[in-house]
Design a protein around this ligand. Sequence first.
Ligand code: DQA
Length: 147
Amino acid sequence: MANILLINGPNLNLLGTREPDVYGEMNLDTIEDNLMELAKQHTHSLDCFQSNAEHEIVNKIQTCQNSDIQFILINPGAFTHSSIAIRDALLAINIPFFEIHLSNVFSREDFRHKSYFSDIAAGCLIGLGAHGYELALLAAIKKIEQY
Ligand code: DQA
């Protein structure tokens, strides 16, 4: 059995009501519940963490170093385009991760085209809405089972 961690960054706690035309109508609790169930069906376990604060996300990533977390799924939200600190934390722990975005950031404003994560991610799921989270989890499970 593997342990996987899902991290969501700022404003993703508002999913469901936040710009539903961009981010969809599903709230974060539902996304997390569906994912935990999916992980369970595959005999793995998923922990979920959301924070609006950069330092809390850095702290959470640091705790993974001496834990049994084998894979991280992260939607860094707006920190995608700004956070060298979260990038450095992920580099420090040496646990593979997938970067997820609900919206297609490349079809949006120029400032969303730059990611501090894509070049160090094991994969990216972009623009697939909430389904992207499910696909990311299934891909992570496949990778873990291949190790
Ligand atoms: C996002 C895209 C980011 O540009 C934005 O700041 C978010 C959500 C997405 O999931 O599409 O908060 O990461």
